[in-house]
Design a protein around this ligand. Structure first.
Ligand code: ADP
Ligand code: MG
Length: 243
């Protein structure tokens, strides 16, 4: 197995607030890693460091052999290879669905409009929204918007996808469709790091579950071990609250 992402002793402070306190994390090619942990424990900060939306305070993050903590690294290139999906979709509301999906491939990868639209159609099919190509973003439900956001990220042909609580802002009846798209991606071998409170998804799809608390990884393992036989008292406590 090859490491896709290698994080060593990652620390992130906001002033006096020590948010990440030394994270070591290896993500293998094709691996699905699910990160769980209480609110405020640093999960989003960790994901945001992985594609340099945040600069680490110290430590190293190597993605595909590129040290992205090096200020000289070509961050735009790194980001093209790492797709990110946020809790609040972050779509461009004034653009159509197809414009949202084709914008980055046209602007950043130099694709023609026709190439980008052909791919957008395919991606919309894979997320179950083939009929929404020309739709306005505002006309879509939250679950549909999130699936467009996934299609938009995939349009850059990333080889890693980061998901930060992608279903937390959705009405319950929308959650299944979004998780279904993510499951399909995992089956196709996408390397994924997913922060979620959907423990069912973690049990079913994760190769490895990581419990983060107070800026540290306190426990990690296969979903079976984490959910059926948690060792750390803080993980036991967390699972008692969420399960
Ligand atoms: P989680 O995603 O696990 O809920 P976060 O990574 O969002 O946790 O936040 C962890 C801590 O970092 C919180 O105390 C939060 O207030 C702080 N924090 C996150 N982002 C920023 C920021 N941009 N500036 C200052 N503090 C931040
Ligand atoms: Mg968060």
């Amino acid at each position: 197995m090859t490491s896709k992402i290698k994080v060593q002793d990652l620390k992130k402070n906001y002033g006096e607030n020590h948010v990440l306190k030394g994270i070591d994390l290896d993500v293998q090619n094709n691996e699905v890693v699910v990160i769980i942990g209480p609110s405020g424990s640093g999960k989003s900060t960790l994901l945001r460091c992985l594609n340099r939306l945040e600069a680490p305070s110290s430590g190293s993050i190597v993605v595909d052999d590129v040290d992205i903590s090096d200020p000289k690294a070509d961050i735009n290139k790194v980001r093209q290879n790492i797709g990110m999906v946020f809790q609040h979709f972050n779509l461009f509301n004034n653009l159509s669905v197809s414009e949202n999906i084709t914008l980055a491939p046209i602007e950043l990868k130099g694709e023609t409009k026709e190439q980008a639209q052909t791919q957008a159609k395919k991606l919309l099919e894979t997320v179950g929204l083939a009929d929404k190509f020309d739709a306005k973003v505002q006309s879509l439900s939250g679950g549909q918007q999130q699936r467009v956001a996934i299609a938009r990220a995939l349009a850059m042909n990333p080889d890693v996808m980061l998901f930060d609580e992608p279903t937390s802002a959705l009405d319950p009846e929308m959650v299944g469709d979004v998780l279904g798209v993510m499951k399909d991606l995992a089956k196709q071998g996408m390397t994924m790091v997913v922060v979620t409170h959907e423990m069912g998804f973690a049990k079913e799809v994760a190769d490895r579950v990581i419990f983060v608390d107070d800026g540290k990884i306190l426990e990690q393992g296969k979903p079976d071990a984490i959910f059926s036989n948690p060792q750390n008292p803080r993980l036991q406590d967390f699972l008692n609250k969420v399960l």
